[in-house]
Design a protein around this ligand. Structure first.
Ligand SMILES: Cc1cc2ncn([C@H]3O[C@H](COP(=O)(O)O)[C@@H](O)[C@H]3O)c2cc1C
Ligand SMILES: O=C(O)c1cccnc1
Length: 350
């Protein structure tokens, strides 16, 4: 059903480089462990990138957009047309992620993985099997062939980005209704009720959130996908941009490129990726704790501790972009600090 490459093993962490990074951290002019999680981050990256000098300099951002039939059930605070309009805004430089990409010196590619846009939007890569998903409250969101296409679209985007030799990748998403889709995927994968996972997304009120949870629970029961295999869940209640991100995460990890994971939606794609191919898990670096209600549970399932918590609830890859400077600083400290011997600073007595 899914392409064969999806389950192919990702490279191992380089134990040699990881050990060398641990040894170097112990020699730098600071009390052992004093830079806290930034030390761990540099050590992890050294092992993942198989290098003495971990880097987070070149970090392309790729946004996948898709529309969601489930918006017909009144689950978002904003109209469906926002998805296409925002794609143009990404390309013309006015969206939050456009500003962040400029600040960070990151390239920004926007992929239409399945929006309702009837024709080409300037500056957007079109790579979609169909326009939007079907309303999963009445029928399966995707056909297996459409799901496979979306995974390949994710892989193609990573292959394009690979040409610029990225140190890390950031994936973002745009798709009105996709917190409902993501909550449905997460509730199915984790076998919990939607009430625990469904949040307010773009800003629906308490009654709206209760309605959203009911719609999701009814759909999971209708399709019988609680605890089902990930590809079945994605066909039943998934989204094209989420499937594309899932494929992109696996494709990046298979190329030894770590991925800075954004908020709720990208984390759900990441959890799905890990369920399909557990060997990609080490390459996932969590960035932030989203204000979206279900994110905590999904991060826990990924055994991931976010770097920052700023009550962001935007998506677009924005949380990952905002956390990137911390990753850069972790690398600069690791690579640039003097050792006790170099600086003639007395080390701990033996
Ligand atoms: C103007 C605007 C820009 C956005 N950028 C990201 N999202 C975010 O909100 C959407 C998910 O929320 P829900 O499931 O409630 O529709 C996604 O498109 C997500 O990327 C946006 C939403 C809006 C309105
Ligand atoms: O955390 C996210 O990714 C998120 C939350 C709300 C709306 N859009 C995205």
């Amino acid at each position: 059903m899914l392409p064969d490459w999806v389950t192919q093993k990702c490279p191992e962490i380089s134990a040699v480089h990881r050990e060398a990074a641990i040894a170097r951290q112990a020699q730098l002019t600071k009390p052992t462990g004093a830079l806290g999680r930034l030390e761990q981050l540099a050590i992890e990256l050294a092992g993942l990138q198989a290098t003495k000098q971990p880097r987070a300099a070149r970090v392309p951002i790729i946004i996948f957009a898709g529309d969601h039939g489930i918006v017909a059930q009144g689950v978002s605070a904003y109209p469906q047309g926002v998805t296409i309009a925002m794609m143009a805004n990404f390309a013309s430089g006015g969206a939050a992620i456009s500003v962040l990409a400029r600040e960070l010196g990151s390239s920004l590619e926007v992929v239409d993985a399945g929006t309702l846009a009837p024709e080409a939007v300037a500056g957007i890569v079109i790579d979609k099997p169909r326009s939007g998903t079907r309303d999963f409250s009445v029928e399966a969101a995707l056909a297996p062939s459409e799901l496979a296409f979306a995974f390949e679209a994710g892989q193609r985007a990573v292959a394009r980005a690979e040409a610029s030799q990225p140190d890390l990748l950031i994936f973002g998403e745009m798709g009105i209704g996709n917190t409902t889709t993501s909550a449905a995927i997460a509730a199915s994968l984790l076998g919990v009720s939607a009430e625990e996972i469904a949040g307010s997304g773009t800003g629906i009120d308490a009654a709206g959130r209760a309605h959203k949870a009911r719609v999701i629970d009814a759909a999971i029961a209708r399709h019988g996908v609680a605890g089902a295999p990930p590809e079945k869940i994605l066909c039943a209640v998934g989204g094209l941009e989420i499937a594309a991100i899932c494929g992109a995460i696996i494709a990046a990890a298979q190329r030894r490129i770590p991925v800075l994971i954004d908020g709720f939606i990208v984390s759900v794609a990441a959890l799905t990726a890990v369920r399909l191919n557990p060997s990609c898990q080490p390459f996932l670096l969590p960035s932030h704790q989203s204000a979206e209600q279900g994110h905590r549970l999904v991060l826990r399932a990924l055994n991931a501790q976010p770097l920052i918590s700023l009550d962001l609830r935007l998506g677009e890859g924005s949380g990952a972009a905002i956390a990137l400077p911390l990753v850069r600083l972790a690398c600069s400290l690791h690579n640039g600090m003097a050792t006790f011997a170099q600086a003639n600073v007395p080390d701990r007595p033996a």
